[in-house]
Unconditional design. Structure first.
Length: 180
């Protein structure tokens, strides 16, 4: 048995869970999210807990057992308390702003980069250099934050770019210069 997959997921009060047609739907105070469960994985909802079973012992099914449990745990956690990721922007003239459903970034290019904010996420900017992304779907939050960071990852010489809050960037020494 999978060590992760055999652990039940507790369902907190105020969260509703439904499973039908291979799709797990979770609804809570902060929103709702649904996910298709992998084939061969059964879901049982009883006594305020979610349990997962697998149909056979083949390797892909065993791997999907833990995956299904982890996805469900993230869904239950996300509708109760949204996932939050924060970025910080460093560099002269680098800044961000939110207008409507668009995030506009000035990252040293000849043009501003405009990114549409996906449905289900909320983005806020603090002091023009701090970007905070919140949402009930952990995968969606993480992917959007990774897309923002990939526009201008931190470079090792001056440290300019977009980085996760608290991320350490290894700095390199520049050229030694010509000795005269």
């Amino acid at each position: 048995m999978s060590r992760i997959g055999r652990q039940p997921v507790p369902i907190p009060p105020g969260v509703e869970v439904a499973f039908q047609g291979g799709v797990l739907k979770v609804k809570g105070p902060k929103g709702q999210v649904s996910e298709r469960m992998p084939r061969g994985i059964g879901v049982e909802i009883a006594a305020g807990r979610l349990s997962f079973t697998r149909s056979d012992e083949r390797k892909p099914t065993r791997a999907a057992h833990g995956l299904a449990r982890a996805l469900a745990a993230n869904m239950v956690r996300g509708v109760k308390e949204p996932f939050v990721r924060e970025l910080e922007i460093q560099g002269v003239g680098y800044r961000a702003e939110v207008s409507g459903k668009k995030l506009t970034l000035q990252l040293g290019f000849s043009h501003p980069v405009v990114m549409p904010i996906p449905e289900g996420l909320s983005v806020s900017v603090e002091k023009n250099v701090g970007v905070r992304v919140e949402g009930v779907n952990r995968q969606q939050v993480g992917q959007f934050v990774a897309n923002i960071r990939s526009l201008r990852p931190p470079e090792p010489y001056k440290g300019k770019g977009v980085r996760y809050l608290g991320e350490q960037v290894r700095r390199k020494v520049g050229k030694a210069g010509a000795a005269g």
